[in-house]
Structure formats: structure tokens, C-alpha cells
Design a protein around this ligand. Sequence first.
Ligand code: NAP
Length: 257
Amino acid sequence: MQTENPYSIAGKTALITGGSRGIGQAIAELFARQGAEVVICSRKQAGVDEVAAAIRAAGGKAHAFAAHVGKLDEIQSLLRQMEERGLAVDILVNNAGISPAAGLDLCDTTPELWDKVMDVNLRGPFFLTAAIAKQMMARGCGGSIVNISTTSALMAQPEIGTYCISKAALNTMTRVFARELGPSGIRVNAISCGVIKTAMGDHTMNDPQRYADMMKVNPLKRVGLPEEVAAAALFLASDAASYSSGQIFQVDGGVLS
Ligand SMILES: NC(=O)c1ccc[n+]([C@@H]2O[C@H](COP(=O)([O-])OP(=O)(O)OC[C@H]3O[C@@H](n4cnc5c(N)ncnc54)[C@H](OP(=O)(O)O)[C@@H]3O)[C@@H](O)[C@H]2O)c1
């Protein structure tokens, strides 16, 4: 552990999925400001290009790739392109996620919706984690993996049931990987977000009844900002959290208190 500044990630390489906007963008920008070389991906090349260009313009190091994390061939292609550029990941943030506002009762979930949500929120993070962890183990350098989860994994939410289930499985995936990878010096944690002001968070914020219900159980009486999740991700990614693994860290305004 670095004692001078345990929060430093300078010189590390961080892969952040879903870095074109919202929480992923905030994490990429903070990590780059803290001296990490960041690699961001999302489905649309233009979105990640824009964020990476802004990071480089501010003096940071950033690479941008188009990759759909729910498609294993695109994950493989991402890993190949990173290898070609000599990018070896020290920090992986599985941030990309979807929460289709289906307004459906669970019993009406179609196999197509189920697959779509599970592919992006669980299958992609699982196989990306496995691939990156193998690389970390081969390099013998340890590493940190941070999964972006949600309070909805613990508090059942009607209408987005498939999302809740996928993130509850992501939490369990976090704990199992933490146990298996810990002996190799790889820490695995998750951040369990409450409602955060992003395109995804708008679903709750724009529905007055849903927003009022949420505020009743929120001690801080406000939604969170992407930068507040990024700060927690920096802690978990850095040596400051060197003795923390397998944890589901709440960034929710105290909702689960
Ligand atoms: N905002 C909240 O209130 C909240 C609460 C709890 C948890 N979370 C979690 O936080 C994470 C980020 O959410 P956010 O609010 O920042 O969402 P967002 O604003 O909708 O951004 C999602 C990001 O993921 C990318 N993405 C979506 N599908 C993808 C795919 N299949 N492959 C690769 N990239 C993909 C998007 O870019 P493209 O469109 O270009 O692919 C975008 O960069 C998610 O895992 C979400 O579940 C959010």
C-alpha cells in the first residue's frame, strides 16, 4: 500500500465500460485527472470518442473503443484492440448497464427482455471480469475490479424486476470473484447506487409520485451526482481500499440505513 497518497492511481490503466455519459463518464474523467490512463467503451463510438478527446484536451490519457458488453464477440474484439495498443488493465469498472423502463409485471417478462438485461448487466461483466482477471493473474500484479450495482438489488422495485434480479446476481458475482481472486491480490467490490442524476436516473426523477416515494426514505433528501459515485470508485480502485474486498458499498444518500 502507498502510504504517501493511498488514493493515488497514477500510472495505472483503468478500463471503464459505459464511459460515454453518466456515471461512467464521471469515473473516467476523475480517474484520468488522478493520473490513470483510461480506456472507455460503449456501443456508440462517437460518444466515447467525445469523452476521450475532452480528457486528452485536459492533459489526460484516454482511449475509446466501441463495444457492446452484452456481446461476447465484441468483448473479445475490445480485448484484442487493447492488447494491440499494449494496454494492460490494473482497474476494471463494470459500469455499463441498462434498465429498460418496461413497466411490466415480472410475470409478463418476455424471454427477449430477460436476455437483453441479463446480457448487458450480468453476462458481459462476468466474462469481461474473467478475461481481465486472468490477465492480471498472469502478470502477477494484483488489481481492483469495481462493479456498479444498485440499491434496487436489495429493495425490490416493481416494473424493473428483471433489472433488480440482474444486479442482485451482480452483487453475488462480486462476492464470489472476491473469494476466488483474493489470493492473487485482486480485490473485487461493488458500488450500490441510489438514484443518480443521469439519463437512467431520469426515469425516477421525472415521475413525481416515484420521486416523492423515494424522498420519503432518503435521509439526505436529494438524488446523487455521478461525481459522488466516481469518488467512491476511486477509493475502491486505489490502495486506500487495500483491505476491502467482496463488499457492496452503498452510495445511496442513506436510503438503506
Ligand atoms: N442513474 C441511476 O440512478 C443508477 C442507479 C443505480 C445504478 N445505476 C447503474 O450505474 C451504471 C451507469 O448508469 P448511468 O445512470 O450512468 O446510465 P446512462 O446515463 O444511461 O449511461 C449508460 C452508459 O452505458 C453505455 N451502455 C449502455 N448499454 C451498453 C452496452 N450494451 N455495452 C456497452 N455500453 C453500454 C452507454 O453508452 P451507449 O449508449 O453508447 O452504449 C452509456 O455510456 C449502470 O450499471 C446502472 O445500472 C444507475
